[in-house]
Write a new protein. Structure first.
Length: 226
């Protein structure tokens, strides 16, 4: 089986080289793009399995890169930033990022995040599908549909819907959804679930207008209902 290809988009050469070294030691194939505009072209050409994307980049910033890549690809994207403002984090997630990591960080933590996101986007083969009302999920192909019409979901959105559909009506707290969807529990990242829910609701509403499929249970979390 070929090694998973990770595209590192980072203009700090020493940091990019360090991440490349750690990822290759973990068994991945890693390449580096030092500019945002180069990253978009490289992603289209080489179709990496995952992108590590810094926000502050020459040529095109990380937000613009994420938006451009999402127009043609649902590859997992982990955004890297020195900014800790919540607005930046939420904006990145609304553009389709799957995860966030803030500088300074341990390269080992980045490798762990990469493994978790790839595990979500490439689940082990199972024999059963999930369904709730008109919503169906094929866990083998990682595809979701409503009344037979495909939902264009990112890996994180699919995993989130997968958790909700697995137990319709059950209320999941943000922390529980974060741990089950992201693959780890990290203080301060629970609002990322809100962004994923927002995106998921928009996509479901295109097929089921006027229906609140994902319900907010104030002070607790979210549940799936029809």
């Amino acid at each position: 089986m070929p090694h998973k290809h990770i595209l590192i988009v980072e203009d700090e050469q020493k940091l990019a080289a360090l991440l490349k070294e750690y990822l290759e030691k973990a068994g991945y194939r890693a390449t580096i793009a030092g500019r945002g505009d180069q990253a978009v072209a490289q992603a289209r050409k080489s179709a990496p399995d995952l992108m590590l994307l810094d926000i502050m980049l020459p040529g095109m910033d990380g937000m613009a890169v994420c938006s451009a890549v999402r127009k043609s690809s649902n590859i997992p994207i982990i955004m890297i930033t020195a900014k800790v403002e919540e607005l930046d984090r939420l904006l990145g997630l609304e553009l389709g990022a799957d995860d966030y990591i803030c500088k300074p960080f341990s390269p080992r933590e980045v490798v762990a995040r990469v493994k978790a996101v790839l595990r979500r986007s490439n689940p082990e083969t199972v024999e059963k599908n999930l369904a709730f009302g008109p919503i169906t999920l094929d866990e083998n192909t990682h595809l979701a549909a409503i009344s037979g019409q495909a939902l264009d979901l990112t890996p994180s959105e699919f995993s989130l819907l997968q958790v909700l559909v697995s137990q319709p009506g059950r209320v999941f707290s943000r922390d529980e959804l974060l741990a089950r969807v992201q693959g780890y529990d990290c203080e301060g990242y629970d609002r990322t679930i809100d962004s994923h829910i927002k995106n998921l609701r928009k996509k479901i509403a295109d097929h089921l207008p006027g229906q609140e499929v994902i319900t907010t249970v104030y002070g607790i979390g979210y549940k799936l209902s029809l």
